[in-house]
Design a protein around this ligand. Structure first.
Ligand code: C2E
Ligand code: CA
Ligand code: CA
Length: 619
C-alpha cells in the first residue's frame, strides 16, 4: 500500500505527465480517464476535471500524423505496450513534440483493464526542411529531383490511405456492421457518459429497450438475408424516429436500445414508444413474402434522485420482459411493482440455491390407473418443495425460476435420489405397484451421469418410466440426449412422451422419439364434454398413438364421466384428480392399503353398456 502522501507527490512533483484510464473489457482502444497528475495537465492542456471521464481520443491531436494515429489504435486494441515519438496538439491547438508511452495494467481481483499513459514533452528536434536551391540543381540532378517528388506523392497517398484506415478502424470499433448503429461497446461507453452528465448536470434521460417479437421466425421462415434486411429496416425506422441528440444502438441479435434526453416532458418518450410499436405492426415483406414481426419495448427513466442510475438499463429490460409477458407488440413503463417482482424472483433464486444445498425437495406421487382393470398401474413422481416457512410448494411456484437459473437438472437429481427409498416404503403396503414415472428436464437428459444414477439406484429399470416433454426433445436433441434415450431403451426403461399435443411439431417429435407411452395433455382431455371439437381431436390422438403401437394415457381425468368416456375411446391408462391428487408417499401408501390397489371398478360387460349409454347421453 503506497502512503497517500507519497502518491500525492507523484501528482505534484513528477515532471512526466501521467494518467490512468479504465479500458473496456473487450477493446483496449476504448477507455475513460480516471486520474491524471499536474504535469499531464500542463503538457496536454487538459485540467484533471476536464480529462477525467473523457475518452483516450482527447490525446489524438489534429496535427498528429495519421500513420501514428493508426499505430496507436492498433496497439491499444491489441493490449500491447508501446512508446511513440510524435507531434501532437495541446487542448488549445498548440503543437508540440512528445514521447507518449502506454502500459497495460490489470486488476487481478476485479479483472478490470487499465492503461497507464505517460507523456514527456520533447525539444522540437525536427530536422530543418531541406531547401532545394534551383540554381544548384544541375541538369544531372533533375532526374533524382523528379524521383524525389514522385516519392513524396507516393508517401502522401500512403498517408491518405492510412488516414482512411485509421478512421475506419475507429468507426468499426463503435459501429454495428450490419445496421450502422452504435454497437454494444459504444453504447456502454456512451451510457457511462450519460450517467456522468446525469450526476453532474442533472440531465435525466429515458432508456427504451426494444426487442423484436418473432425475429427467429422471420429468420427461419424467410431466410437469414431477410432477417438481416428486417434488422436494417428496423434500424432505419429507429433513426427516422429519433433526434441527433439521442443514441440508438443495436446491442446484438434483435435487441436495440435508445437513450433519449428527457427534456421537459415524458410525453415525447411515450409517443416514441407508441410509434415504434405501431410501425412494427405492419408485416415485414421480403421478396414477395411477408411475415408479421412486431416489437416490444420496455421504458425506464434515469432520474437524478436514483441511488444507482446504472440500474436503469436493467429496469428497462424488466419493463420489456413485462411487455412481452402481457402479449408482445406493446410497450411498458418500468414500475416499482415490476421491481418488487424482480426482487422477489431474486429472493426466490437465492432461496432455491439454498434449498438445493439443504435438499428440501421431496417427491409426491399421483396414481395412474389401468383403464381396463381399474387397478393402479403406476405412480407419477411430482416434485414438491418442502419450504421451511411457506409449507409444501407446487412446481408452479418455483419451477420456471429454477429453469431460468439452470438448476432444474439439480432438482431432478435430488428428487431421483429419494426415489429408491420411497419405493421401498410404498412396497411395504404389499400392493403391487408395477411402475413409477419420473419427469426429467432437458438438462437432466443431456447429463451423462443420469444413466449412471439410474444404474446405481438399485431400482429395477423395468419398473421405471421416464417422462420427457416433446419440446425438450425437439429443442435439445444433441448427441448426448439421443445417447441417453438409446441407453434408457437398452436398460429396459419405459419412455413416455409427456403433454402430447402442446409441442410445435407433435407428430414428427413422436416419430423421432418413438416412445412406449403417449400422454395426452390435460388441456385436450378436460373439454371433451363441453367443446364439440375436443372429442374428435382426442380420438385422433389416440388412434395415432395406437397406430404406432404405443400405450395411451389420458391426463387430467377429473370426473367419472371423463374416466368412462376415455376408457370407451380406448385410452389404456387414466390419471387425474378423480383417482387421486398428487400426494405424499405416506398418503399414497395409506391409499394403497385402503383400496388394495383397486382404484376403480373393473370394466365389465355391464359397465361397458353403461358407458355406451353415458356416451350417448353426452353426445
Ligand atoms: P406434468 O408432468 O404434466 O404433471 C401433471 C400435472 O398435472 C401435475 O401438476 C398434476 O398435479 C396436475 N394434474 C394431475 N391431474 C390433474 C387433474 O385432474 N386436474 C388438474 N387441473 N391438474 C391435474 P404439478 O404437480 O403441479 O406439476 C406441474 C408440472 O411440473 C408437471 O407437469 C411437470 O412438467 C413439472 N414437474 C413436476 N415434477 C417435476 C420434476 O420432478 N422434474 C421436472 N423436471 N418437472 C417436474
Ligand atoms: Ca409428467
Ligand atoms: Ca403431463
Amino acid at each position: 500500500m503506497i502512503p497517500p502522501q507519497i502518491f500525492s507527490q507523484i501528482n505534484d512533483k513528477c515532471s512526466e505527465g501521467l494518467a490512468l484510464a479504465l479500458a473496456s473489457d473487450e477493446d483496449g482502444a476504448i477507455m475513460e480517464f480516471q486520474w491524471c497528475n499536474k504535469a499531464f495537465s500542463k503538457i496536454t492542456g487538459y485540467a484533471a476535471s476536464e480529462a477525467i471521464g473523457q475518452r483516450g481520443t482527447i490525446l489524438i491531436g489534429a496535427d498528429m500524423e495519421q500513420g501514428v494515429h493508426l499505430y496507436i489504435i492498433e496497439k491499444l486494441m491489441k493490449w500491447e505496450n508501446f512508446s511513440t515519438k510524435t507531434l501532437n496538439n495541446r487542448k488549445n491547438g498548440e503543437t508540440y513534440w512528445q514521447r507518449m508511452s502506454w502500459t497495460h495494467l490489470s486488476d487481478p481481483e476485479t479483472g478490470d483493464h487499465w492503461w497507464l499513459c505517460s507523456i514527456i514533452e520533447l525539444e522540437d528536434d525536427r530536422p530543418e526542411p531541406a531547401t532545394i536551391d534551383a540554381k544548384d540543381l544541375a541538369a544531372s540532378d533533375h532526374e533524382s529531383f523528379v524521383r524525389a517528388v514522385e516519392q513524396v506523392h507516393l508517401l502522401e497517398k500512403e498517408n491518405a490511405r492510412l488516414h482512411q484506415l485509421a478512421r475506419s478502424v475507429a468507426k468499426d470499433a463503435n459501429e454495428d456492421a450490419l445496421t450502422g448503429l452504435s454497437n454494444r461497446r459504444h453504447f456502454e461507453v456512451e451510457l457511462k457518459t450519460w450517467i456522468e452528465n446525469l450526476k453532474k448536470h442533472g440531465t435525466e434521460f429515458a432508456v427504451l429497450y426494444i426487442d423484436l417479437d418473432r425475429f427467429k421466425f422471420v429468420n427461419d421462415s424467410l431466410g437469414h438475408d431477410a432477417g438481416d434486411r428486417l434488422l436494417v429496416s428496423v434500424a432505419d425506422m429507429l433513426r427516422d424516429l429519433t433526434d441527433t441528440s439521442d443514441l440508438v444502438a443495436r446491442l446484438g441479435g434483435d435487441e436495440f436500445v435508445i437513450l433519449k434526453p428527457l427534456g421537459d416532458t415524458a410525453l415525447n418518450i411515450s409517443s416514441l414508444a407508441d410509434e415504434i410499436v405501431k410501425r412494427t405492426q405492419t408485416p415485414f415483406t421480403c421478396d414477395g413474402k411477408s411475415a408479421a414481426c412486431s416489437a416490444s419495448v420496455g421504458v425506464a427513466i434515469a432520474k437524478t434522485k436514483m441511488d444507482n442510475p446504472q440500474q436503469v438499463v436493467t429496469d428497462a429490460d424488466e419493463a420489456l420482459y413485462h411487455a412481452k409477458s402481457q402479449g408482445k407488440g406493446r410497450w411498458s413503463f418500468f414500475t416499482e411493482e415490476m421491481h418488487a417482482k424482480s426482487i422477489a424472483t431474486k429472493q426466490l433464486s437465492s432461496d432455491l440455491l439454498l434449498a438445493c444445498e439443504r435438499r428440501e425437495f421431496i417427491p409426491y406421487f399421483q396414481p395412474l390407473i389401468d383403464a381396463t382393470t381399474g387397478r393402479i398401474s403406476s405412480a407419477e413422481m411430482l416434485v414438491r418443495w418442502d419450504h421451511p416457512t411457506r409449507g409444501i410448494l407446487a412446481p408452479a411456484a418455483f419451477l420456471e425460476t429454477a429453469a431460468n437459473m439452470g438448476i432444474l437438472k439439480r432438482i431432478d437429481e435430488i428428487i431421483f435420489a429419494s426415489l429408491s427409498e420411497a419405493l421401498a416404503y410404498l412396497d411395504e403396503a404389499n400392493i403391487d405397484l408395477p411402475r413409477v414415472a419420473v419427469n426429467v428436464s432437458a438438462g437432466r437428459l443431456a447429463d451423462p451421469s443420469f444413466i449412471h444414477d439410474i444404474r446405481s439406484s438399485g431400482i429395477d429399470p423395468a419398473r421405471l418410466t421416464i417422462e420427457i416433454l416433446e419440446s425438450v426433445y425437439l429443442d435439445r436433441m444433441g448427441d448426448v440426449v439421443r445417447w441417453t434415450i438409446d441407453e434408457l431403451d437398452e436398460l429396459g426403461v419405459t419412455i413416455a412422451l409427456d403433454d402430447f399435443g402442446t409441442g410445435h411439431a407433435s407428430v414428427s417429435g413422436l416419430l423421432e422419439i418413438r416412445p412406449d407411452i403417449l400422454k395426452i395433455d390435460r388441456h385436450f382431455i378436460q373439454p371433451i364434454f363441453d367443446e364439440a371439437s375436443a372429442t374428435p381431436l382426442v380420438e385422433s390422438i389416440i388412434s395415432i398413438g395406437k397406430g404406432l403401437g404405443m400405450l395411451v394415457v389420458a391426463e387430467g381425468v377429473e370426473t367419472e364421466e371423463h374416466a368412462r368416456l376415455l376408457r370407451e375411446m380406448g385410452c389404456d391408462y387414466l390419471q387425474g384428480f378423480y383417482f387421486g391428487r398428487p400426494m405424499s408417499k405416506e398418503d399414497l401408501r395409506a391409499m394403497l392399503i385402503e383400496t388394495e390397489g383397486q382404484f376403480w371398478p373393473q370394466q365389465s360387460a355391464d359397465s361397458e353398456s353403461g358407458n355406451i349409454r353415458a356416451l350417448g347421453q353426452a353426445v
